[in-house]
Design a protein around this ligand. Structure first.
Ligand code: DPM
Length: 323
């Protein structure tokens, strides 16, 4: 009787990536981690343009958000043109298309937002900026929280890749930008961070600072390989954050922020906020629950905020965006 010989896989795995500089750095990092973990296997990166990369000048909040930076990558996986995708977790919608799974979440880097200044303000912090200073951001979350604390600052939309934005800042179109610490650091621009904005002022976006790896749900071979990149504490806390966002039915363009922590005795502490865009109202609360059910922690916090009026705030913003 012939015995079956199990050969090492001969597949070459294809990673579909957005072609922005940040996405490429993130995909290259994942590829390097995998090749180090599995010597002999090969992973090829294919650049794919997404809708979000093509319409860089339209304000983010106006284009709707569902999968702006992820849809084309997902179609490529579903059509078998690529096998997996690496996303900034905060850009990955909380509901994935049928047939795909979020199979691993990598170690989180600093999830905070950063103040990046024009050189004429060098050395200042947010609370030292003069009244009327123009802050560039397209994030409703950043806008709402900062307006709440600093009503004297002026907010102006800014789009484009990080390089484009920094160029617009340095040219003098803005006094400062608010950007994620993680993105700046991954691109080697950590020195541009003038202030790491404290969580008391600005809670970060759901999933900020972590990478999410998505693939076809029936690709068991690849799913097994990708587990090596899953960072358990980050995955548990981000699952709680994503359940919170999903329960509030928020996409990636909503004034919703979070902060989360996993304690040594297995408790997830999740803090969350929803705010009005004009900075006149901000609801913030927290919830703690067991790591065995991260989604329950997120849902419970969403219920607490709903009881304080979160749905009315989000509904008003939804209606104003459609008009
Ligand atoms: C999402 C938001 C932004 C990005 C909204 C938010 C920022 C848009 C802006 C969902 N995606 O944060 O409230 O400020 O105009 C994005 C960045 C990163 C991933 C850049 C950034 C890098 C950090 C990371 C854009 N997506 O936030 O400065 O990987 O977490």
């Amino acid at each position: 009787m012939l015995t079956e010989i199990k050969l090492p896989t001969l597949r070459q795995f294809r990673l579909g990536s957005r072609d922005s500089q940040l996405a490429m750095v993130q995909s290259e990092w994942v590829k390097a981690q995998l090749e180090q973990t599995y010597p002999g296997l090969t992973f090829a990166i294919d650049a794919i343009k997404t809708q979000g990369d093509k319409i860089l000048e339209v304000p983010l909040a106006k284009i709707g958000d569902k999968g702006l930076f992820t849809k084309e990558l997902e179609t490529a996986m579903l059509e078998g043109r690529s096998d997996f995708a690496v996303h900034s977790l905060k850009d990955l919608p909380t509901r994935l298309p049928e047939g795909l799974v979020l199979t691993a979440i990598t170690t989180r880097e600093n999830p905070a937002d950063a103040l990046v200044l024009h050189h004429r303000h060098q050395g200042l912090t947010l609370d030292q900026l003069p009244g009327g200073a123009v802050i560039g951001t397209s994030s409703l979350r950043r806008l709402a929280q900062l307006r709440y604390v600093y009503p004297h600052l002026v907010f102006k939309d800014v789009r484009g890749n990080l390089n484009t934005r920094l160029h617009k800042l340095d040219e003098g179109q803005y006094d400062a930008l608010i950007l994620a610490v993680a993105g700046l650091e991954r691109l080697g621009w950590g020195h541009r961070v003038s202030q790491v904005i404290p969580a008391e002022v600005s809670l970060h976006a759901v999933g900020q600072g972590a990478l999410g790896i998505e693939c076809r749900e029936d690709d068991t071979e690849l799913i097994a390989l990708l587990q090596a990149l899953n960072h358990r504490p980050t995955a548990l806390t981000c699952r709680a954050e994503r359940a919170f966002l999903r329960a509030l039915e928020g996409g990636c363009q909503v004034p919703i922020g979070v902060s989360s922590h996993l304690s040594e005795d297995g408790q997830i502490l999740l803090e969350g906020m929803v705010a009005k865009l004009d900075g006149t109202l901000l609801i913030r609360d927290q919830h703690m629950g067991l790591e065995e059910d991260p989604e329950a922690v997120g849902r419970a916090l969403a219920e607490k905020l709903k009881a304080q009026g979160a749905e009315e705030i989000l509904q008003e913003i939804f209606l104003s965006q459609r008009s």
